[in-house]
Each structure stands twice: as structure tokens, then as C-alpha cells.
Write a protein of this length. Structure first.
Length: 202
């Protein structure tokens, strides 16, 4: 989607965003703190999308589906895939304080399930209008961090969506980064019929 390049071109050239802490325990606490605000903001975006933005799309057609917070055990499992941290994960005893969780950007997450690409584009426009670093109407509460347009470049398994990282302000200069997926509903149906599932399970 061209809007992705326009809105995120500069952001995506920056270094990967990071969480405000390396500690798994502290990241879990901050995620609990951020979850309510994150979900409330995304529900507002979904409601605006369902209202039929500027008459460009039919009313309805967007649902926000929050996911459970990522648990500490799952964070450790994902860190084990990082070659730089694998040795520390496999060490016995495994010392959590030796691990760096600052790159875990999906502890707070969810997806917008859209009935059409027009609805998906409407959601993207709403996110940019509210949370753009420069001009967003709500940029003090949340801000866009980066994106991956997997509609244009599907994953190795053929999955297509638009993944967006959004930072939520927890007070002062503390921002917790969460993850949003914009997904076409029919793709979820196809995956389910093929016996696969790309939703959030853990």
C-alpha cells in the first residue's frame, strides 16, 4: 500500500525501535500498564473505521481483536531464536537478568480484521491521522514506530498483512511499543480452512 511508504518511509529507515527496559520482569509490568490504553485507542480506531470514513468505505467491516499479553515464558522462548542470546537462554541455571528483552515489540498486541482492502486502507489512514509523529492528533498518547507491508511483500509462508508497531505513552518519556496487524478477513478464513491459524494464541 502506497500510504505505508508515505507514512513510514522515514521511520522505517531508523534503527529498530526498542522497549524502555531490557528486563523481562519490568517489560511484563509495563505491558500490563500499557494494555488498557492500547486497546482503548485501537477500539476507537475500529469504531471510526466502522462509521464509514468520509464516505469512502461502507459502514462496518472492521473489528479489533486484542490478543493476550505475551507471557514471560514465551518471551524467553522467542529470545532463544536470537543467536546473540541463545547461549544465555540455554545456560543452567538460566538467569533472566542476563537476557535483553528490549527488542520484544509484541508483548501488547492485536489485529484489525477487515472485510475489504478498502477497510484496511481506512484503518491505516486513521492510525496515521491520530498517531503520526509529526501531525497526529493523538501523538502524545501513542505514536507510530515502524511498519512491515506484507501485502506488498508476503512472508516466507505466504502470509499477507500490514504490521505496525505503535508506542504507547506511559508517562513522561516512557513509551511501551506494541504491535498491530491489519488483516483481510478472507485471508484468516482461508488459513483456517487449510488447517492453519495466524491469530494470536499465546
Amino acid at each position: 500500500m502506497q500510504l505505508v511508504e508515505t507514512a513510514f518511509g522515514g521511520l522505517n529507515k531508523r534503527p529498530k525501535p526498542a522497549q524502555p527496559t531490557k528486563s523481562i520482569r519490568e517489560l511484563t509490568k509495563l505491558s500490563v500498564k500499557a494494555e488498557r490504553c492500547f486497546n482503548e485507542l485501537m477500539k476507537e480506531v475500529a469504531a471510526a473505521g466502522n462509521a464509514g470514513v468520509d464516505g469512502q468505505v461502507p459502514p462496518g467491516g472492521v473489528s479489533w481483536q486484542p490478543a493476550p499479553l505475551k507471557k514471560a515464558q514465551r518471551i524467553v522462548e522467542k529470545l532463544s531464536f536470537d543467536p546473540a542470546q541463545r547461549e544465555r537462554v540455554l545456560a543452567r541455571p538460566c538467569r533472566a537478568e542476563a537476557l535483553d528483552a528490549s527488542g520484544m515489540l509484541d508483548t501488547v498486541r492485536g489485529m484489525f480484521v477487515c472485510n475489504s482492502m478498502e477497510h484496511a486502507l481506512a484503518v491505516l489512514r486513521l492510525l496515521v491521522a491520530r498517531f503520526d509523529h509529526g501531525s497526529g492528533s493523538d501523538k502524545g498518547r501513542a505514536r507510530l514506530e515502524r511498519s512491515k507491508d506484507r501485502f506488498a511483500q508476503p512472508s516466507g509462508g505466504g502470509w499477507m498483512d500490514c504490521l505496525i508497531n505503535i508506542g504507547v505513552n506511559l508517562g513522561g518519556d516512557v513509551w511501551l511499543v506494541g504491535e498491530v496487524q491489519i488483516v483481510h478477513r478472507q485471508l484468516l478464513v482461508v488459513r483456517a480452512e487449510l488447517g492453519a491459524h495466524h491469530g494470536y494464541g499465546i
